[in-house]
Write a protein that binds this ligand. Sequence first.
Ligand code: ADP
Ligand code: MG
Length: 765
Amino acid sequence: MFILRHISKIYDDASTPTEALKDVSLVFERAGLVALCGPSGSGKTTLLNIIGGLDHQTKATKDFDKSYLHYPEGEFIVSGVLTDNFDEDDWDTYRNERIGFVFQNLNLLAHLSVLENVELGMILAGEEAPARREKALEALKQVGIADFAETTSAQLSFGQKQRVAIARALANDPDVILADEPIGSLDTQTGREIMVLLKRIAEKKLVIMASHNEAVVEEFADRIVRIKDGEVQSDTTKHDTERVKGRKHLQQRTTIPFLSAAVLSFRGFRAKLLRNVLAMVATGLGVAGLALVMGIAIGFSGELRKIERDTLTTLPVSIYQNPAHTPYVAAAYSAAPIRDDSLWFNPIEFTRSRSVRANNINDAFLNHLDGLYDSLISGISYRYGVSMPFMRDSGGTLVDSDAFGIRLQPLADNTPYLQSQFEVRAGRYPENDREVVIIVDIENNIDSAILSFFGLEEEEVAFEDVLGKELVVVFNDDMDIDFDIAENRFNREMGAPAYENGIVLTLVGVLKGIPSGVETMTTGLFYPDTLEEAYIAENIESDFCKAIMDLDLFDIESVETRSNIVYQRRLNGCRDTPNVIDIFPSSLDDKTWVLHHLNVYNWNVSETNQIAYTDHAAVLSSFLGSVSNNVLFTLLALGVISLVVSLMMVVVLVYIGLLERRREIGILRSLGASRKAINRVLNIEVAMAGFVAATLGIAAAALLSWPLNVLLRGALIGFGDIVQVRFLPSVALIVVTTLLTYGVSIIPTRKVTDVSPADIIRGAE
Ligand code: ADP
Ligand code: MG
């Protein structure tokens, strides 16, 4: 059945090459117990490995420099098939179907049960579970230890293990059993029992055993081949080795079915549970880190978008007579968006007090604004820079705003804006221009003089306490106004007549800027700005206004006096052209058209009459956008680092794990598992670990996000949950991690399995 003709083996890995086999020619029949006898180092194991297909002869032409080799090139023929043309798959199949190994050190897998050890070769052959089990039990019965099927091999004595190893060799019904020193480590009694067993097996099969125990061998062996220094010394049965020739290929290939592979993986995984769990925890932490980073990225930009959606739509496009008033000075000049890179000066008309150009808000522009479609805007609010003086009857005595140094400020007459920017903390929003409100900033700050004016001097004043209080706005003609132009001194006296003729306003609410809005710092006493027009209509006819409007500024020498006159005209309601205009677009889309409308005006007027406007929403969103980009890039970098670290963990995990399991890999290979199949088993194992680790990592991140959000709450005004571990990204992360772990495990796996099984087996001895 086996013909070895002129087989030589030279190990060339040491400094001096070892000739382990020298021109060995032997023929083995279909059955019988053949003993290879010889001292240690004579080449017995090498010969068994070559017969078993674990190792191959050294070929002069192919593998080796001819000068070493003094022997003719050999041939190894199996059942008439010359093995010269065997590829790796053929050898795998050969081992799996024809050979049963009993290794010198047995090489049972400690983490599998006795039965599973015996089943291993059949799993590799793709045998169905019930048939496999039956055959394995049959083999165990044959060697006489069926009772131990369910125990792990670690619990058995050496003699019993020897029987399991023989059962494993027998289970897949091979043509030949190769046993390396099967009785070498046994006491005489047990050794004899094993020999009886082998002898019985040899009635039907070929059994080739290596041994140096002459006495036992003489008693049991049908044939004894004596080897020394790699040469056959004697053979009790001579054959003509030149007889048979053959050229044919073996057909069937060994594959590990997927499910069996997964089962093997799981068992292997369980065997090194602690180390695997530790490595998985590390991987899981990496994934958790990435999940958190992604959660922050998602949560942060999501919250940002929410803020933008909630607030930006309601923000006005503002036109200031003097653009320096705008809180976002740098971005205020949207009307001249194109940068001029020439080296020529551009002389424009500046106001004297500030180095910015004043907007010329004239009738032409106001008419143009009237042409805006109503559907595009929710309203336009005009302000005139009025400061209305006001009084109050404080238990019989009249007090006035000048004495307290306080002012009324205008509130944009636009309900959506008010509701998006302010929340009611007491009372309600103003509903008409006879109602005023107090607004507190985020710290509930209020000018104490305002409370004093209303007679609220106590230590603690509640919001509720101001509701229902009244004040009276007074007109110019009811006061004594004295403006000493020469001294540039303005003074006014309010008395009972002013109080009687004034407009009564009632305090109806206390408001507060909402955290995500732009009015968080606003504080003071406010009235709906529609009141201004009524007030101006009355005052513009007053004696004071007529007088101050009649003044010719060119007659005034002092610059201070001149600007004070301009200031007092507005303050006292003598000017009916607005100095601040807030246009409230209906939506962000409509805003585009509003801006277009403004640009149309600018295209049609001279440069000095062009109107610069401030798009608050654009300014705010570009600011938020740049903040969010910075944050997101930082997080992205962290995420990538986290991912790389966790992948490195996987590579380390795989490599350490594989080095530990080289012996198992060798055994599987000797049983006929193809390298590809083993790679697959190991890769599945790693992917499984990656999957579990990623899932646990996500779970950890989800759990962590909760306290993190509690911790971060309030860190950014207006933000809700900043860390949001969402379902779909999590699933994606698990899938990606699993695939990546599978991917990165491929190379280290290849590296470890890319060695000859003989080396692994021998290396384990
Ligand atoms: P035996 O099994 O009879 O003790 P072996 O077949 O194991 O003998 O070894 C035969 C010779 O080959 C010995 O001299 C041994 O040192 C050498 N040898 C075996 N395996 C290797 C190897 N992988 N590399 C180098 N030398 C080896
Ligand atoms: Mg040996």
